[in-house]
Design a protein around this ligand. Structure first.
Ligand code: RP5
Length: 185
């Protein structure tokens, strides 16, 4: 079981458990990026890259609400005690993964609807966003923008108690603005 280390001033926690595999379960992760299928990775790697850019310890895993229901239940039920603080969930089609994980944890769950073949992601969007009252899922945009914004939202949540992350968010916004101001057509 993860022991929370409130004395750390950075988002990175030194941990013996850290190795290279993205899907390894780590006791140091603050954010979990979960997706329903490996086919979601091409989109969700943008969440991974954004979290890496901000230096946030995280793990990326495939867990399916319908293909591996007991794993989804186990992951959601143990997320809080493992020390995770935010869960990002991506799924496509009848996208119930975020809702299922949210049902098992009180941690903030951010849903990213995947672009689908049949309905171009509208099915995923509605399935993720239309949670009945009582179990919230914060739903982002379909596809890559949603993946990036879910990671930024996770950073913003973590930044409430981590001034160094707040500073990085300010710098990120400033860099974006500078780029727009410098744009010549
Ligand atoms: C969902 O079904 C996944 O999240 C994915 O977006 C979609 C299709 O999965 P695959 O058939 O490509 O594995 O569960």
């Amino acid at each position: 079981m993860a022991k929370k280390d409130s004395n750390k001033s950075t988002a990175n926690r030194n941990s013996k458990e850290i190795r290279n595999s993205k899907s390894e379960i780590r006791n140091s992760s603050l954010v979990a990026v979960i997706m329903g299928s490996q086919s979601d990775w091409d989109t969700m790697r943008h969440a991974d890259e954004t979290l890496t850019k901000f230096g946030v310890d995280h793990e990326c895993r495939v867990i399916s609400a319908h293909r591996s229901p007991s794993l989804a239940s186990e992951f959601g039920s143990t997320a809080e005690t493992r020390g995770l603080e935010v869960i990002i969930d991506a799924a496509g089609g009848a996208a119930h993964l975020a809702g299922v994980l949210a049902a098992h944890t009180t941690l903030p769950v951010l849903g990213v609807p995947m672009r689908s073949e049949a309905l171009n992601g509208l099915d995923s969007l509605l399935a993720t966003v239309q949670m009945p009252g009582g179990i919230p899922v914060g739903t982002l945009a379909i596809g890559k923008p949603g993946a990036v914004n879910a990671a930024l939202f996770a950073v913003a949540i973590l930044a409430n108690k981590r001034p160094e992350l707040r500073q990085k968010l300010h710098e990120f916004r400033e860099a974006q603005e500078a780029k727009i101001r410098a744009t010549e057509l």
